[in-house]
Design a protein around this ligand. Structure first.
Ligand SMILES: Cc1cc2nc3c(=O)[nH]c(=O)nc-3n(C[C@H](O)[C@H](O)[C@H](O)COP(=O)(O)O)c2cc1C
Length: 177
């Protein structure tokens, strides 16, 4: 499969990207083709809600979303990677998702395989509840075929994340595909 990993943390070498790295290592060992798109370092602007695209046309904004749109439409699977910010995804990842608006129909017609990888400081059983629920609802609406989630609780720093069970789970998830 061609798998597009969409990272979204301001910490290039932080916890969520560490989990993504382990996922990538596993998926590569399994023979998949992996590509990373780093939304935190891309030139991406928030959706203007202008509706010029009519949900299926070019976006009026000229930024890296055009490139991401083509990559996504050519992928078999997308992996959304995010730190937990106030119980949701990072603004960087939400910016990407809102920009799906201009190709909403084409994207949902694809039946894209997807996964979610997240890292959070807290480790309560409810820490990831809203993020997980949001992701599941997106899957339902956009006809995504969820392949799994790695929800790294107690992963507040890179050293905590390394010491946790989540890198191994991420690797095993990658190799299971
Ligand atoms: C703006 C902001 C909001 C955060 N909100 C939460 C939160 O709601 N719950 C939580 O457990 N951790 C929260 N954190 C902690 C991060 O999720 C955590 O440190 C994570 O490991 C960061 O991942 P990264 O290294 O990939 O950026 C927040 C951190 C920041 C900077």
């Amino acid at each position: 499969m061609n798998i597009l990993v969409i990272e979204s943390s301001p910490h290039k070498h932080g916890s969520s990207n560490l989990l993504a790295e382990e996922f990538i290592r596993g998926a590569k060992e399994r023979g998949h083709q992996l590509e990373i798109f780093d939304a935190a370092r891309a030139d991406l602007h928030t959706c203007l809600g202008c509706d010029a695209c009519g949900m299926s046309g070019p976006c009026v904004q000229k930024d890296d979303m055009a490139q991401l749109r083509e990559k996504l439409l050519a992928s078999d699977m997308a992996v959304f990677v995010t730190p937990l910010y106030y119980f949701g995804m990072s603004a960087q990842l939400k910016t990407v998702l809102d920009r799906f608006y201009s190709f909403n129909g084409r994207l949902s017609a694809k039946g894209l395989k997807t996964a979610l990888i997240a890292a959070a400081w807290d480790s309560n059983d409810w820490t990831m509840r809203e993020l997980s629920s949001h992701y599941q609802t997106l899957c339902r609406y956009l006809n995504f075929r969820d392949q799994g989630t790695i929800l790294g609780i107690g992963c507040g720093t890179v050293s905590q994340t390394r010491a946790s069970r989540f890198p191994k789970l991420a690797y095993e998830f990658g190799i299971s595909l």
